[in-house]
Design a binder for this molecule. Structure first.
Ligand SMILES: Cc1cc2nc3c(=O)[nH]c(=O)nc-3n(C[C@H](O)[C@H](O)[C@H](O)COP(=O)(O)OP(=O)(O)OC[C@H]3O[C@@H](n4cnc5c(N)ncnc54)[C@H](O)[C@@H]3O)c2cc1C
Length: 348
């Protein structure tokens, strides 16, 4: 079977690419749409609305609350409210804006012409790897040295019915998350509690249990997975990569939904432009590369901040947070942070 575009992965990046593609489109994913949530699903409200998924929103948040062992810093997000949303509903609503086919299959490799999957092989003009940190197609095409995210972090999460103060809460508590942070994201009458390891440690159950015990709660089931952090090869030839497969998840915070969606929408419109003959494949790679290069400075700053968060003793972290919480510095940080992976058009 022949398609204009084959997208591997039907999560944030894959759905965004698919929404923007105009042409014969196939999306493959081994899981049914909306299954296999890994994320705490906190993202800017405007981005969720743009995906056509406002109906998935569970709660709107107007502040970030950063907790250290001795203090809590409240960061006002008035200008760019975030929300928590239901993953399954998000995917279903986002898919309603896609014109294409969805096949439940695992993509295995791309040989330059065909995408090989567990449901046979599909010929494609353009292929987009949105398989998350595994970067399945990018690795098969470019080899492990040129593809896939630079770092793999790991996060484990549970969702518990309880009341909680509004806001997205981050906890830099060394006893709970010695090499990362913990979080509590309220979503209506429930809260997603999680623990993240910047070193990619996967044994986080006891950390998560210890975190919940602070609130006299116990985990109710677990989900989670790796985060693909640190920009990597965005593709070559007829293959592109977006989202965690290209390391678009941001250092420090592990925020990857906004980045996957914005990179995905751009890539989808670039693919459509190539198919319509508006520009060449090389020009599409150039434009995508320019967009990604423009993020480098901010991503490098966040990487440096991650190194400090891991190495600095709690008192220094608290001092740094206190100074960044000054209204002027906080506004500057948020402006730059939220300016990373902005919405972009195929043609400037
Ligand atoms: C515990 C945790 C909490 C997080 N919380 C947040 C948060 O609150 N906010 C935020 O912005 N970011 C968060 N992140 C990061 C965010 O989830 C990722 O950056 C984001 O999901 C990346 O989207 P993606 O589409 O690139 O990849 P993914 O969401 O990982 O999706 C990959 C898709 O590819 C499919 N797939 C896998 N293998 C194949 C294959 N062989 N063939 C075809 N398809 C395949 C998968 O089934 C999946 O549908 C969190 C991550 C974790 C682990």
């Amino acid at each position: 079977m022949t398609y204009d575009v084959v997208v591997a992965g039907a999560s944030f990046a894959g759905l965004a690419v698919a929404q923007a593609v105009r042409g014969r489109l196939l999306v493959v994913d081994p899981k049914p749409l909306g299954e296999g949530q890994t994320s705490a699903c906190g993202a800017p409200l405007s981005v969720v609305e743009r995906a056509g998924a406002a109906g998935a929103v569970q709660q709107v948040h107007r502040s970030l609350v950063v907790h250290t062992p001795r203090r809590a810093f409240v960061w006002d997000l008035q200008g760019e409210p975030f929300c928590t949303f239901d993953y399954r509903r998000f995917c279903q609503l986002a898919w309603q804006r896609v014109q294409g086919e969805l096949v439940q299959a695992a993509a295995w490799s791309f040989d330059g012409f065909f995408v090989h999957t567990s449901s046979g092989r599909f010929r494609a003009e353009l292929v987009v790897d949105c398989t998350g940190w595994r970067a399945v197609l990018a690795r098969s095409w470019g080899g492990p040295s040129v593809a896939g995210p630079r770092w793999k972090w790991f996060g484990l999460e549970t969702e518990v019915p309880t009341a909680f103060e509004p806001g997205l809460h981050f906890y830099f508590w060394p006893e709970v998350a010695p090499d990362g942070y913990a979080w509590a994201f309220p979503c209506g009458d429930r809260v997603r509690f999680g623990v993240l390891s910047y070193r990619g440690r996967t044994r986080l159950r006891s950390n998560l249990e210890g975190f919940l015990a602070r609130f006299r709660l116990r985990p109710r089931g677990y989900h989670g997975g790796f985060l693909g952090v640190g920009p990597a090869c965005p593709g070559a030839g007829r293959l592109f990569a977006a989202g965690d497969s290209a390391g678009h998840c941001l250092p420090l915070t592990g925020e990857g939904i906004r980045c996957a969606l914005h990179a995905g929408w751009l890539l989808g419109s670039l693919a459509s432009g190539v198919l319509a003959g508006h520009f060449t494949l090389e020009a599409a790679h150039r434009r995508y590369g320019e967009y990604l290069r423009a993020q480098r400075g901010r991503v490098a700053f966040l990487s440096a901040a991650t190194a400090c968060a891991v190495r600095w003793p709690p008192t220094m972290r608290e001092l740094a947070l206190a100074s960044w919480s000054h209204p002027v510095l906080r506004r500057t940080f948020l402006r730059h942070y939220l300016g990373t992976f902005p919405a972009a058009d195929a043609v400037d």
